[in-house]
Design a protein around this ligand. Structure first.
Ligand code: C2O
Ligand code: CU
Ligand code: CU
Length: 477
């Protein structure tokens, strides 16, 4: 992985683009305590829970804001109940949810629950538009295992800009099984959400989104990394085990995340749930939209300040987070040897196979899947409720083209094979987004359960998505 990423970065950035240099550290405000998005409280009417029976009601307001990323310079931003980013929605399996969204922007938006298994009309994709000034409600039951999901806008053509300006938040699911594992789960203390976003700042310290054609084709790389909205934040930790829920919230940058010292990282979860066992990894390679949960064992590192680093395929390496480890640590439970029992799926269970070809140079020089760009009125694939399929996705392109990734709405899939071989252990958990380098073929196993209706699949490099690198599948009864 590492070598391929590096090869790629060298080629793309060396030959094609003159990339923005890292912003000088003194320009952006650095070293602040890591900001932890607040947990969203259930909404109250006159100080009391709304009388909605067993439903839990949450409210998000989409609003404009501004933020001082560089001292004395305000950048216009967007946020959910905040100037930038949004609160963490933390729910339990089987909760009945009513998620109310008020759009206070002067343009339309949507809110998509990325990674959630839910009815199509609650998905928040491009069909569930919320016009300027209006509201929308998603109602669904949390119907999947414990996982770190997230939410963000999904309107055709404006997703990239709205996410870039700050619209993103975590959606964390707990269940009885995750409670029983003894993993760190004290939010903000030893259980930390981290959204990493590569962003571009102008010389005078303003966050800038003004993509030109090469940025759209090759990715809107940046010159700074924001971690929960600020550059190079610090986190004081005093527990022996530290759980980090890492989301690559960049528009199109791949991030390679690693520790700068000798501290091992144990990956415990992929996009949609736990791995069978904690898996030691040297690095995480996350494409936009992907998540991974890692646990660090800080014993033996008391009093030190190791750093979590992130290297973008745009060529820059950033300090994503400085840990300040206490002189004495509170004991944690041992990391369990087994996290979950998960069967590796077999091709034999699939009723059919479909091919998806992602191309950076499709018909008309466009970004396409199977030669087409997104058409809201066209259903590209029809599948049957209660069946399983294998989808074979390949990324056409030479070294000069971008990597892509493939995201499917409404479900979690499993990776069967990458270029003909079984995926490495850290990619054997539930996934909703998978990375493809140019020339790669990835086979995934999908089960269409519980919900009928129209869902999306697309490249999650947001500039590609907005250009139409997306299709629709319908689950038929
Ligand atoms: Cu995270 Cu279709 O999106
Ligand atoms: Cu999604
Ligand atoms: Cu793409």
């Amino acid at each position: 992985m590492k070598n391929r990423t590096m090869m790629y970065a060298a080629c793309v950035c060396g030959l094609l683009l003159s990339l923005p240099q890292s912003v000088k550290a003194q320009q952006l405000i650095t070293g602040a305590p890591l900001s932890i998005p607040p947990i969203l409280e259930e909404s109250l009417v006159n100080g009391r829970r709304e009388n909605t029976g067993s439903e839990r009601v949450f409210e998000l307001t989409v609003n404009e804001g501004q933020r001082e990323f560089a001292a004395g310079v305000l950048s216009p931003t967007l946020g959910y109940n905040a100037d930038y980013l949004g609160p963490t929605i933390r729910v339990r399996r089987n909760d009945e949810l009513r998620l109310r969204v008020r759009n206070r922007l002067d343009e339309a938006t949507t809110v998509h629950w990325h990674g959630a298994h839910l009815p199509a009309e609650a998905d928040g994709g491009p069909h569930q538009q919320i016009p300027a000034g209006e509201s929308w409600e998603a109602r669904f039951r949390v119907d999947q295992e414990a996982a770190t999901l997230w939410y963000h806008p999904h309107l055709k053509g404006t997703t990239a800009e709205q996410v870039y300006l700050g619209l993103a938040g975590f959606f964390i699911i707990d269940d009885e099984h995750s409670d029983s594992l003894g993993l760190p789960n004290t939010y903000g203390a030893d259980d930390i959400p981290l959204v990493l976003q590569e962003r571009r700042f102008t010389r005078d310290g303003r966050m800038d989104y003004s993509p030109r054609m090469p940025d759209i084709m090759h990715g809107y790389f940046g010159n700074a990394l924001l971690t929960n909205g600020s550059a190079e934040p610090q986190l004081e930790v005093s527990h022996r085990l530290l759980r980090l829920r890492v989301l690559n919230g960049s528009n199109s940058s791949l991030l390679r995340v690693f520790m700068d010292g000798s501290m091992p990282m144990y990956q415990v979860a992929t996009d949609g749930g736990f791995l069978s066992q904690p898996t030691e990894v040297e690095e995480l390679v996350l494409s936009p939209g992907e998540r991974a949960e890692i646990v660090l064992d800080l014993q033996g590192h008391e009093g030190t300040r190791p750093r979590l680093m992130a290297e973008s395929n745009g060529g820059n390496t950033y300090n994503a987070l400085s840990l300040r480890i206490a002189e004495t640590l509170q004991q944690s439970e041992e990391l369990p040897a087994t996290l979950v029992r998960r069967e590796f799926p077999s091709d034999a269970a699939a009723v059919r196979q479909r091919d998806f070809v992602m191309s950076s140079m499709g018909p008309g020089g466009r970004l396409t899947i199977n030669g087409r760009t997104m058409d809201m009125s066209r259903i590209d694939e029809q599948v049957k409720l209660g069946t399983s399929e294998v989808w074979r996705i390949s990324s056409r392109g030479m070294m000069m083209s971008m990597p892509h990734n493939f995201h499917v709405h409404g479900l979690q899939f499993q990776i069967l094979r990458i270029n003909g071989s079984r995926p490495p252990p850290h990619l054997r958990g539930p996934k909703d987004t998978v990375l493809l380098y140019p020339g790669d073929t990835v086979e995934i196993f999908l089960e269409f359960e519980n919900y009928t209706g129209v869902f999306m699949y697309h490249c999650h490099l947001l500039e590609h998505e907005d250009e139409g690198m997306m299709g629709q599948f319908e689950v038929l009864p």
